[in-house]
Design a protein around this ligand. Structure first.
Ligand code: MF3
Ligand code: CO
Length: 252
């Protein structure tokens, strides 16, 4: 069952999302050459706590993982797509960094991810990041009342393919609200007009994950997911609420 949230509940998720967006913004400003992933994680933990919220990923066991996650952010570098663990690694010139983070505020969850280049990155990396960001924006634009769930994936895949990139296999977006992961599963590909009809009150975490090479993925020893051929990947995610009038980005 896909939950329909009331206006009051959506405003709570929006408060959670606002805290998360501000934290992500600061983390991205701190993500400079020489900064360690561990430092970024510690900072995110502190900022979320100071805002009166809880880190949603800390202690959470995602599907396909053996153990609960032990950090506030996922920090995934270059070929790593998601669930990269923020350890001692220090950011280098040319890296592509993905920060994914979740917050829980008064029982309501928000989830968001951003990709940035560190220092000077290749033209291809730039296009990959731009395309993935654009795919999310366009998907949000069509995620409106009366359209269908698969319109989201259709739009994402169309934009990604056109730029010569690929949606990675096996990783998806999701509903969110009272839990970090709820129904429905949101594939990053699909058929126009298929899937359940989007209704006011649905809250969705839409998250294109894109490879510049192979769309096959492998799980590494730290339980992160990377492209099988080590090609670069990008990831953007927003938590959005479908409402009668428009679709609101809650993590902006
Ligand atoms: N950010 C992931 C998602 O978007 C969830 C990460 S859970 C963790 O669905 F525990 F691995 F951090
Ligand atoms: Co998510």
């Amino acid at each position: 069952m896909v939950k329909i949230y009331s206006k009051g509940e959506i405003s709570k998720i929006a408060e959670s999302g606002k805290i998360l967006a501000e934290v992500l913004n600061i983390i991205m400003q701190e993500a400079k050459i020489g900064a360690s992933l561990k430092y970024l994680d510690g900072l995110a933990f502190k900022l979320i706590k100071e805002a009166g919220a809880e880190p949603a990923f800390l202690g959470y066991k995602p599907d396909g993982a053996q153990k609960p996650y032990g950090a506030t952010i996922c920090a995934s570098i270059n070929d790593v797509i998601v669930h990269g663990f923020p350890g001692d690694y220090k950011l280098k010139n040319g890296d592509i960094l993905k920060i994914d983070c979740g917050a829980r505020y008064q029982g309501f969850y928000s989830d968001s991810a951003i990709t940035i280049g560190i220092g000077n990155i290749s033209k291809e990396a730039e296009l990959l990041i731009k395309t993935t960001k654009n795919a999310l924006e366009e998907a949000i634009n069509i995620a409106i009342v009366g359209n269908h769930l698969e319109d989201i994936g259709f739009t994402i895949n169309k934009i990604v393919k056109k730029a010569g990139f690929k949606i990675v296999k096996g990783l998806v977006g999701h509903g969110i609200g009272l839990k970090l992961h709820e129904e429905p599963i949101i594939y990053n590909f699909g058929k126009k007009g298929q899937g359940l009809e989007l209704k006011a009150g649905m809250v969705l975490a839409i998250e294109p994950m894109v490879s510049s090479g192979s769309d096959n993925i492998i799980q590494k020893s730290d339980e992160s997911w990377a492209t099988a051929d080590k090609s670069l990947s990008a990831h953007f995610e927003h938590t959005v609420a479908i409402t009668e009038n428009r679709t609101e980005i809650l993590t902006k």
